[in-house]
Design a protein around this ligand. Structure first.
Ligand SMILES: Nc1ncnc2c1ncn2[C@@H]1O[C@H](COP(=O)(O)OP(=O)(O)OP(=O)(O)O)[C@@H](O)[C@H]1O
Ligand SMILES: [Mg+2]
Length: 589
């Protein structure tokens, strides 16, 4: 395996500069960043042999082989700075001033014409396959073959090793690529603000995710998207809206998706061309290098590495989905092409955070029950099966390894269940999962509509009665006649739960239990009715609210001021239920 340019263990303290010096920005200019360019993907993988070398390759076409197509992004017109992630800038050692510097803005709004060397002056897009809940689709591209499907508006522009970690930087909305399928390759400000805020929020919530680097909007270029009139109760958007285009940059160790492995797995399985098996092998080795180098020993033989990879991805994916449920996140569209092979959250399209609890909460009207809140473990299992199927052709001559891979695949549900039980126990402040207590809680949470975030946060104060929890009840939605009966059942539930907490106080103080609970039950989560005014105001050039939300939502577990609580630690107002664009969306791009 190629050297990935990383030290074996980057969690070790480094000798050398003291902390203050270490935290000082080391990347103050684009030249500083360009020097760190290091393109493992371009070096290890195959370029599409039919690609034009200038990267001006924007028309939809079939890409039959190769892992990537060189693409020059199309810059947005008259770009203006909207936001950058201060936290992530600091982690990377970027000076804040960089975000508003002319050269950085130019590059990260899609203009690669003047990049300093050794950074390259073109980016790349990758093809991938799509499976929806475990069923392969090849009809979704204009050619009905699946060969024209992939990064249709995502263009990677840089891979760099920064502070001993490898990062890929990808523009979203960077214009057309051969995979754009007749669409414009653009993202609008609305969806870019949503993704930008959500990525950093999820990171702060402790959920593995792609990160947000920067966000720029065009002051003159607009595109039309179907969207909702204000207050519309329609399921589908009822009008076309002209919206400003934007480019956000997201960053991750790699952007390899399960769908990408599937594409190459399918070609190898069907022996579509002479290099198909070799291309699959290369991609899998590259994935190990990019995402699993700390856990896959390079001296092992290939079959052993594949089994380790499958086991490790299973661990990451199950833990990821348990975390999603912990924080109330519903991805909405958990197809294999939105499932990062590194096991982190990717593609914040029709996502939403659960407010009024329902196990089948699903903000995307096209997502159905299969991608709904509590069904995410099943959707993840389907994606995991597709991942294993893509690896299988590589084990053709090793029947023992195939049996072991099958076992890893079959074991998904059990590992998932263990993760979920661990997570629920932690949310409830307990050491072990109690089936009876949990089942009754879910029944109660369905009968008494509760606010998912508020409920668990209030519970973290270890109340003795249900009174403090009522802050989280959507009482208006409750049938009055039943409320006394529900109160009695809630009181029983609290008594049972408290007796388990009391048992736990033999090992931990009440304060310790409460603070542990507050580390897993966030106080603030993104609520769509609060994000909508932020992107609306941003459309008018006012970024104040966006930045306020950014500040608050990057400290989601902290107790913040009373003003913040009054505004953000509260139920969704009744007027926003069932409103298009707030409680549901049929399209989000
Ligand atoms: N405006 C657009 N122009 C071109 N391609 C698009 C556009 N919107 C979506 N696509 C492509 O359609 C496919 C499905 O869209 P989906 O909403 O899952 O992805 P996305 O939000 O664009 O991208 P990602 O998964 O990269 O975050 C993706 O391959 C995407 O690249
Ligand atoms: Mg997607």
């Amino acid at each position: 395996m190629a050297d990935n340019g990383l030290k074996p263990d980057d969690s070790q303290p480094h000798s050398g500069p003291n902390t203050a010096e270490k935290n000082a920005p080391t990347i103050a200019t684009l030249d500083d960043l360009a020097k760190l360019a290091n393109y493992s993907l371009l070096e290890a993988l195959n370029c599409d042999p039919d690609a034009t070398s200038d990267g001006v390759d924007h028309n939809p076409r079939q890409v039959f082989s190769g892992h990537y197509v060189p693409v020059k992004p199309t810059p947005i017109e008259n770009p203006e700075y909207v936001a950058h992630s201060k936290d992530f800038f600091q982690e990377l050692g970027f000076a804040d001033s960089l975000a508003q510097s002319e050269t950085f803005l130019r590059l990260f709004s899609g203009n690669m014409s003047q990049v300093p060397g050794p950074m390259r002056d073109r980016g790349w897009a990758c093809g991938y396959a799509l499976s929806i809940y475990g069923t392969e689709y090849t009809q979704q591209c204009p050619f009905k073959t699946g060969n024209g499907y992939g990064d249709g508006r995502a263009v990677s522009i840089l891979e760099a090793v920064i502070k001993e970690r490898r990062w890929e930087m990808q523009l979203k909305g960077g214009g057309r690529t051969p995979y754009s399928r007749g669409a414009d390759g653009r993202a609008v400000l609305r969806s870019s603000v949503r993704e930008f805020l959500a990525q950093e929020h999820m990171h702060a919530l402790g959920v593995p995710t792609s990160r947000s680097l920067s966000l720029y909007v065009s002051k003159s270029e607009k595109v039309k998207r179907p969207w909702y009139s204000e207050g519309s109760h329609s399921l589908d958007p009822d009008r076309l809206v002209l919206e400003p285009v934007a480019i956000s940059t997201r960053v991750a160790p790699s952007f390899i998706r399960v769908g990408q492995l599937e594409l190459f797995g399918r070609r190898a399985r069907k022996n579509e061309h002479p290099q198909a098996m070799e291309e699959l092998r290369k991609l899998v080795l590259h994935l190990m290098n990019r995402e699993y180098s700390q856990v896959i020993d390079t001296s092992l033989n290939f079959e052993e590495k594949i089994l380790l990879l499958a086991g490790e991805f299973r661990g990451r994916l199950t833990s990821l989905v348990a975390n999603w449920i912990r924080v109330g996140y519903c991805q909405g569209n958990f197809n294999s092409d939105n499932c990062a092979a590194g096991g982190f959250t990717l593609d914040y399209g029709p996502y939403g955070f659960c407010q009024a609890f329902h196990p089948y909460f699903q903000p995307w009207t096209g997502g159905g029950r299969h991608f709904s809140f509590f069904n995410q473990p099943m959707a993840a299992e389907r994606n995991f099966h597709m991942f294993c199927s893509a690896l299988r052709p590589l084990l053709q001559k090793h029947s023992d390894a195939v049996v072991q891979l099958d076992k890893i695949q079959e074991g998904f549900a059990e590992v998932m269940q263990t993760e979920l039980e661990k997570m629920w126990a932690a949310k409830l402040g307990l050491n072990t999962f109690n089936t009876e207590l949990f089942s009754e809680l879910v029944r109660l949470m369905m009968q008494t509509p509760i606010d998912y975030t508020l409920f668990f946060r209030e519970l973290s104060n270890l109340p003795d009665t249900i009174e403090p929890l009522k802050k989280s009840f959507y009482t208006e939605a409750m049938p009055k006649s039943d409320s006394q009966q529900f109160d009695a059942r809630w009181a029983d539930w609290i008594t049972q739960w408290k007796s388990l907490i009391t048992e736990r106080t033999l090992q931990l103080s009440r304060n310790e239990i409460s603070s542990q609970m507050k580390c897993v039950n966030p106080k603030y989560t993104l609520r769509e009715w609060q994000v909508a005014p932020a992107y609306q105001q941003a459309g008018d050039g006012d970024y104040t609210l966006l930045r306020e939300i950014q500040d608050i939502m990057t400290q989601p577990y902290a107790e913040q001021s009373k003003e913040v609580d009054d505004k953000y630690y509260r139920l969704q107002p009744a007027a926003f239920f069932e409103v298009g664009g707030l409680s549901h969306y049929s399209c989000s791009s």
